[in-house]
Design a protein around this ligand. Sequence first.
Ligand code: CU
Length: 384
Amino acid sequence: MFKKFNNLSKSAFAALLMLSLYPSKVLSDWDALNMREGVTQVSRDVFELHMLIFYICVAIGAVVFSVMFYSLFRYTKKRNPNPSTFHESTKLEVAWTIVPFLILIAMAVPASKTLTEIYDDEEGEINIQVVGYQWKWEYKYLEDDINFFSNLSTDQDEIYNLVPKGENYLLEVDEPLIIPVDTRVRFLITANDVIHSWWVPDFAIKQDAIPGFINTAWTRAEETGIYRGNCTELCGKNHGFMPVVVKVVEKDEYNDWVLTKKEEAIKLAELTEKEWSLAELTQRGEGVYQKNCVACHQMNGEGLPPIFPALAGSDIVMFDKDRNVEILMEGVQGAAMQSFANQLSEVDMAAVITYTRQAWGNAENGDGEYVVPSDIVEYKKPKI
Ligand SMILES: [Cu+2]
């Protein structure tokens, strides 16, 4: 009996040993376990504050548990058959009130200092409005009049496990936010539909984006590079599919980028004037559709009824061009179908409507009418 037990305990010991070895391999990568230090003064201050409080907790834990285990060991019935029976000790009570109080003050001082630093909302050298949408981010550079949307760019096939997942799976966008290094940038964060939250761990920024409110955050990135984050407020079906990507570049590069963006705007205006063929529009529209519509209406146009209607075979998309344009321009009140009037250029708007009216047999089964950019320009003109 005894021998059997001994063997059992040996194998249990071996199993425990193996278990304890396994995590040690994981634990050797300490950095991956801890909070990241980030690339700004604020993020480092946050990190240091976190470490300071962590070590205070460790020290308190060590003291409390040593006293506890010592007492458990020292004052067993065997070692201490006659327990002392004192009640109340003023000295002790004063000590255990004052000591934690002092510890709390010691923690509150650096914590308040860091908080004031984080919430300093003085104007930046560059001011960017960040707007959360279901499910993408819009960035408006207030001084330079640049504005664009940043959409998830992960291939749908990766999402549906048809191909292996890439390195930055769900953390990549078609157009990142670009900011210059060593420059104070202030973010004015809000939302268009529901509450989102803009989070860039390397800048220690995590700020709620609330419709009708503007919250601020700021940063001064000290290293160029690409920094990735997420929306961190449950905001609906594609909450996990609206990453934040910030690219910090040298100042010269930033200025060049601003110029390019401005030129692009001029080129786009020219594109609106151009005579578009049906094939050109449809092809462009497919790209616009993939970026802006598949989340709800799906790649095959079947939607996810009953909430997200199918566009394939829709009466509006097949027979009612005017209503079709109106829905895209105005959105549908009270439904997830938002207005795309400010999100898509006239060209992209016409292209995506044309694409949906051509794809999935809609042209063959419907009236085959399509929309050109000048129709959208016309629609936007004030009506008398
Ligand atoms: Cu969100």
